[in-house]
Design a protein around this ligand. Sequence first.
Ligand code: ADP
Length: 291
Amino acid sequence: MRRRKSALFFLLLGIILSALTIVLNIGWILLNLREVALLVFGVIFFAIIITGLILNTIFLLREIRRNEQHDAFLNAVTHELKTPIASIKLYLETLRSRELTPEKRLEFYNIMLADNERLLGTVEQVLLASRAREKQKLMTLAEVNVGETLQRTIDTVRAQRHLDESTIRLTAPPQPVKILGDGNELETAFTNLLDNAIKYSPGEPKITIRLKSAASEAEVYIRDNGVGLARADLKRIFKRFYRIQNKTDAKGTGLGLPIDRSIIERHGGRIQAESKGVGKGSTFIINLPKL
Ligand code: ADP
C-alpha cells in the first residue's frame, strides 16, 4: 500500500514537472520570438529534459513494481516452506505423545512424506531458478523422443495427484518425434506446465496435450479449461516472481514459467501462452527444433 502511494507520488511528480517544463518552454518561445537560434536550442534542451524526466519516472515505477514482486515472492516461499514444516511437526508430536494403531501410524507417515516432497519441490524450484540464470549451464544432450517424454510426465503427474485417465489426454503422430536435448530438463518443464494446468483449473480439469511434427520443429500444445489469462498477462507470466491473483488462490512462487522458458530456450526453442481471455482456459505452446 505504501509502495502504491509512493508510486503515485512519483507519477504525479513526473507529470507536474513535465507540465511545468512545457509551460516554461511555451513562455520562453513567446518571449524570445526573434531570437530564433536561441529558441531552437532552448526547444531541444527542454525536449531532452522532458524525455529524461519521463524515463526517470518509468524507471522508478519499474523498480517499485519489481520490489513489490520480490516481497510477494518472499512471502510465497516462506509460506511454502512453513506450512509443510508445521504440519510435519504436528504429526511428529502426535506420534510421540499418543498410542496409535499401525494403520493410523502409516497414514501419518504418508502425510509427512507428502509434506517432505512439497518442501523438496519448493527448494528445488528456487535452486533451479537461480541456476537458470547461468546461461552456459551444461546440458546432457541426447536424442529425446518427445512423445515418450510427454507420456512419462503425464504418468507421473497422474500418479502423484491420483487423477483418472480422462483428466489428461495426449495425442501424438504415429511416427516418433525426436529432438536433441536433455530429457530430464524437458520433463521438469513439461511437469511444471501440467501442474499449472491442473492448479489453475478449478473444478474438473480437462487437459489436452497435442504433439505435432512440423517441417523442422516439434510443436507441443498444452491446453486446459481453467481460469485463462488476460491478454496483458500472456507475456508477463514468464517473468520471474510474476503471479496473478485469481479465484483459484493457488499457492506458488512465480518461478515455474521462467524456469520453463529458460529450459526451452536453452534447447533452441520457444514457449508462449495463448488464451481467449479470463475464464476461457489457456494453451501453452512449445516449439523445439527437430533432430
Ligand atoms: P506459480 O504457479 O508458482 O505462481 P508460474 O511461473 O508457474 O508460478 O506461473 C506464473 C503465473 O502464471 C501464475 O501465478 C498464474 O497466475 C499464471 N498461470 C500459469 N499457468 C497458468 C494456466 N495454465 N492457466 C492460467 N494461469 C496460469
